[in-house]
Design a protein around this ligand. Structure first.
Ligand SMILES: [Zn+2]
Length: 622
């Protein structure tokens, strides 16, 4: 094994943990690996970005630049010149306008290994192992079909019966009672991926056999009720229509033979190549780690397609895979910088928070223990990834474990476009009450912003620029005056022209004319529906972070750091902006940050503050 004398650093990004929940679980023994890391190193409270969302916060973390400079200003980005409701996903690396640390490291001759880290995809700048992270509307370029649930007899086109015979003989013990055909839609619009299905009776109960073709000789797997398959390999069309080897797993959610009923869950169908540059890196580690296991977002849980146990299973599969790939890379590669990200804790809060926080109007004390036990389970699962990385990185490595934002209760959804419509600033179309009529609209809300439909700036603009300042004042006052009819509470915490948020870097041209954040409990949405709507625990998001005020301690995150480069006395640190993480990592690596970086090195956490490396002398943009 090759070891470098220079300082190395491995980073585990845990998405969206709540600092107070984490402190509680650290004390309770739920996270022994992180507790031991915390005991031998330092911890720093981190102030997230505005908005405090996954892409925005991790982009700021990895570039050391605020959103106004790094270009990732929201989950969905408004691009000047495009219609206000025509936005693009902000989770792709090629939208970043600042240099991430994995690229800086490579440019300085160091080796970066990035495993499914937000905003690293797609990227040619580093050695990476990726695939879509399964969030934020990001579609992996190597995904042939999406994850989903297919049903017979009441499915919609996913499971199609076919009168067919299978060639050959079934294995001993299986007596087929129903033959069918499963078609998974191609992500890229090519021919569906077809499987032959056979439902049989067996000694152990109903069993479903899945094959490439109606031929017992091409059998991929046979599953009893509740069973998961191993990864099965199949041919499927890639985005260009070329047939490639792919893999997926199935779980038999429900099987009945009389009357016949089949429910099958499938993970995303992923190509077995293309997940790293060069591909040989991925192929080498695939032998140790197996095909990518991902897609942990709770949308299928919320729609009732899968149950809690299946959601937990796939989070476990994802975590086990992250552990295996991290260990393989850390043990076999000459790494200087290693980064891996896990999303399961963030999703767990979104699912469970409202069932645990008694402030929720629909809080049920009887189910709170169940939700709390599940949340512990997800934090404990994540701790195993921390343990795997610490173990494989070696004693001489520096380790950082950190989050991107905290969590707060989302008990009530507020639809601000509904308010704008009610006060005459926005009009919906007569022929489609869900679409905005831009010819009669002065302002609309998107994310944390209110945009004026300004003449000369927006393609649909009707607001005279001379009226803009008055309109902005009027709208800020109006937003701050909105109250929840249920209890009379004000719902907007802060609303001001975007220039007021320059110190958080939230004043870029992608933000609206007004930036606002909501008070604890309230979350904005832009879809059609009532202006105020109480959320339902277990069935939709009941925690949030993106529309809350990032300086609120609940929205802050934490960075834990330990190793030879870090102080060992656990000196308390004041909260630092998340942009300070990148220069601190670069200082540990002994390389200069890019000259226009916003963050500054957190010297108080370093064992020996390093001499500042010589940087090209360019004026800092303020
Ligand atoms: Zn996040």
């Amino acid at each position: 094994m090759k070891r470098h004398a220079r300082s190395r650093i491995a980073i585990v990004g845990i998405d969206g943990f709540s600092p107070s929940t984490l402190q509680h679980f650290l004390g309770d023994g739920v996270m022994p690996a992180l507790a031991s890391l915390a005991a031998r190193g330092v911890r720093v409270p981190l102030v997230s970005t505005l908005p405090a969302t996954t892409p925005v916060a991790w982009a700021a973390m990895s570039t050391g630049c605020y959103p106004a400079k790094n270009g990732i200003e929201g989950f969905l980005l408004h691009r000047p010149g495009r219609r206000l409701d025509d936005r693009i996903s902000g989770v792709y690396a090629d939208l970043m306008t600042a240099e991430p640390i994995w690229q800086t490291a490579c440019l300085n001759g160091l080796s970066s290994y990035v495993v499914k880290f937000p905003l690293s995809y797609p990227s040619a700048a580093t050695l990476r192992v990726d695939g879509a992270a399964g969030w934020g509307g990001l579609t992996c370029l190597h995904e042939a079909a999406a994850s989903g649930v297919s049903r017979w007899p009441d499915g919609e086109n996913a499971l199609i019966s076919a009168v067919e015979q299978w060639a050959g003989q079934p294995p001993a013990g299986l007596s087929p009672v129903w033959l069918g055909c499963l078609s998974l839609s191609s992500t890229w619009g090519h021919a569906p991926i077809r499987f032959a299905l056979a439902l049989s009776t067996s000694e152990d109960g109903p069993a479903v056999s899945i094959a490439n073709d109606p031929d017992w000789g091409s059998l991929l797997t046979t599953l009893l009720r509740g069973e998961w398959s191993d990864p099965v390999e199949i041919p499927a069309a890639d985005r260009r229509g070329k047939v490639r080897r792919c893999a997926l797993r199935f779980k038999a959610l429900a099987l009945e033979t009389d009357p016949v009923s089949v429910q099958l869950f499938n993970t995303p169908v992923h190509e077995l190549s293309g997940h790293s540059l060069p591909d040989s890196l991925w192929q080498k580690h695939r032998r140790a780690a197996g095909p990518i296991e991902e897609q942990t977002d709770p949308s299928l849980l919320f729609s009732g397609a899968i149950d809690v146990a299946t959601h937990v299973d796939r989070c476990q599969l994802n975590t086990d895979w992250l552990c295996r790939i991290s260990q393989s890379v850390l043990r076999d590669e000459p790494w200087d910088l290693f980064m891996v990200h896990t999303h399961i804790v963030d999703w767990a809060h979104h699912v469970l928070h409202g069932a645990i926080d008694s402030r929720h109007p629909r809080f049920e004390p009887d189910r709170a223990d169940q939700a709390d036990a599940l949340l512990r389970h997800f934090y404990a699962m994540t701790d195993r990834l921390v343990a795997s990385v610490i173990d494989a990185a070696g004693d001489d490595a520096n380790i950082i474990v950190m989050g991107d934002h905290g969590q707060d209760l989302h008990h009530t959804t507020v639809r601000f476009n509904h308010w704008l419509a009610g006060t005459g600033y926005l009009a919906f179309r007569d022929d489609d009450p869900t679409a905005i009529d831009w010819t009669r609209t002065l302002a609309c809300t998107l994310g944390n912003s209110v945009y004026l439909n300004l003449a000369g700036r927006e393609p649909t603009g009707i607001v005279d620029p001379g009226r803009a300042a008055v309109l902005i004042d009027e709208l800020c006052a109006g937003l701050l005056g909105i109250s929840d009819p249920r209890n009379g509470e004000r719902v907007v915490h802060v609303a001001a022209p975007r220039e007021h948020f320059a110190y958080l870097g939230a004043h870029g041209r992608g933000m609206g004319d007004i930036v606002f954040c909501l008070r604890s409990g309230y979350q904005a949405r832009n879809d059609p529906g009532p202006m105020f709507e109480i959320t339902t625990p277990w069935a939709e998001f009941t925690s949030g972070h993106d529309h809350f005020w990032p300086l609120d301690p609940r929205l802050q995150s934490l960075m834990f750091a330990a190793g030879p480069a870090f102080a060992a006395d656990g000196r308390p640190s004041r909260p630092r902006p998340i942009v300070d993480v990148a220069p601190t990592i670069l200082a540990v690596l002994g390389i200069a940050p890019p000259p226009d970086i916003d963050g500054v090195t957190i010297e108080s956490v370093l064992a020996d503050p390093p001499p500042v490396p010589a940087a090209p002398s360019q004026p800092l943009e303020v």
